[in-house]
Write a protein that binds this ligand. Structure first.
Ligand SMILES: C[S@@+](CC[C@H](N)C(=O)[O-])C[C@H]1O[C@@H](n2cnc3c(N)ncnc32)[C@H](O)[C@@H]1O
Length: 284
């Protein structure tokens, strides 16, 4: 079923029971559903894990995972998550944030002393750091005396560690960050990496969180960014996540999804706020 060469995978047949067992394991653990035609992706992503752990076939990997091998479990999760992200992704949520939300939160009628933001599935941190930059920029030219707390969560411990470190290479810096913001909020290290400054770091608490698990300990938020992660889940899982996120929003709180994502079965819980070219959802 699995072609091997020098103990490494080349290919996996999608019909084999071990591949199906791997897909089931992944879906149960993370919600990620592999669509047909993705066996090449599994082969490419777990090849290294197999080699390092001395496993020669998928069946051995599954046996080990079912033995509750936590280290191997996390390695598989880290390998199978897609961490694509960049600064100020899609623009419109960030324009809406700085032009509408920050000003409305500074009005005297907005009594809450703290603004709480959740960046769910934050990957390497570009989304929460982008929001922190906007808060700093807004504070520099407006009177704004609220405390802003950003909770940034992800399932992958590898990527979360990277986000927390706040160190970015030239390639990721080049994706959506202006020179002005680079100079204002980063410092260049001898290694050629760019380090986010502490001003931004102070806004953010990074925490490991699986979106399939409970959100009860997180409190309530003014806005949740849950972008470009629901695409990996079934409609049922999306609906369940969005219903539970709705419970985590303050009255009238907002939800921002990825530009190609929808509310699935949770449509009745939100109204649409048009902020061209996109939509943000407000809790009913
Ligand atoms: C494509 S990135 C999106 C990053 C960012 N939100 C954006 O839009 O640029 C998807 C992220 O979702 C995370 N992820 C996947 N399944 C998850 C789950 N069950 N719980 C929490 N995070 C998950 C992955 O680790 C990855 O970092």
């Amino acid at each position: 079923m699995i072609e091997q060469s020098n103990d490494t995978f080349k290919n996996i047949s999608e019909d084999c029971l071990d591949f199906k067992a791997f897909c089931d394991y992944l879906q149960k653990a993370s919600g990620i559903t592999l669509s047909p035609g993705k066996s090449y992706l599994v082969a490419a992503r777990i090849r290294h894990i197999m080699a390092v752990n001395g496993l020669s076939d998928l069946s051995g990997l599954i046996t080990e995972l079912n033995r509750n091998n936590k280290k191997l479990h996390q390695e598989v999760i880290d390998a199978m998550t897609t961490n694509e992200t960049f600064w100020f992704r899609d623009d419109y949520p960030f324009v809406y944030f700085s032009q509408h939300l920050l000003p409305s939160w500074s009005m005297p009628e907005h009594k809450d002393p703290a603004i709480k933001i959740w960046s769910a599935a934050c990957s390497s941190g570009q989304e929460p750091y982008s929001l922190a930059m906007l808060c700093e920029e807004y504070k520099a030219s407006n009177s704004f005396n609220k405390r802003v707390e950003i909770l940034a969560t992800d399932l992958s411990s590898d990527i979360l560690q990277k986000a927390k470190k706040g160190e970015f290479d030239r390639l990721s810096i080049a994706r959506g960050l202006s020179d002005k913001r680079l100079k204002s909020f980063f410092s260049e290290e001898l290694s050629g990496q760019w380090q986010v400054n502490n001003l931004l770091k102070r806004y953010i608490q990074f925490k490991a969180l699986n979106l399939l698990e409970s959100y009860q300990s997180l409190g309530t938020f003014d806005i949740i960014f849950c972008r470009n992660v629901l695409i990996y889940f079934t409609r049922e899982t999306k609906t369940d996540i969005l219903e539970r996120m709705h419970k985590c929003l303050k009255p009238g709180g907002l939800l921002c999804l990825g530009s190609s994502e929808s509310l699935a079965g949770a449509k009745d819980l939100f109204t649409m706020v048009h902020c061209k070219p996109g939509i943000i959802y407000q809790a009913k």
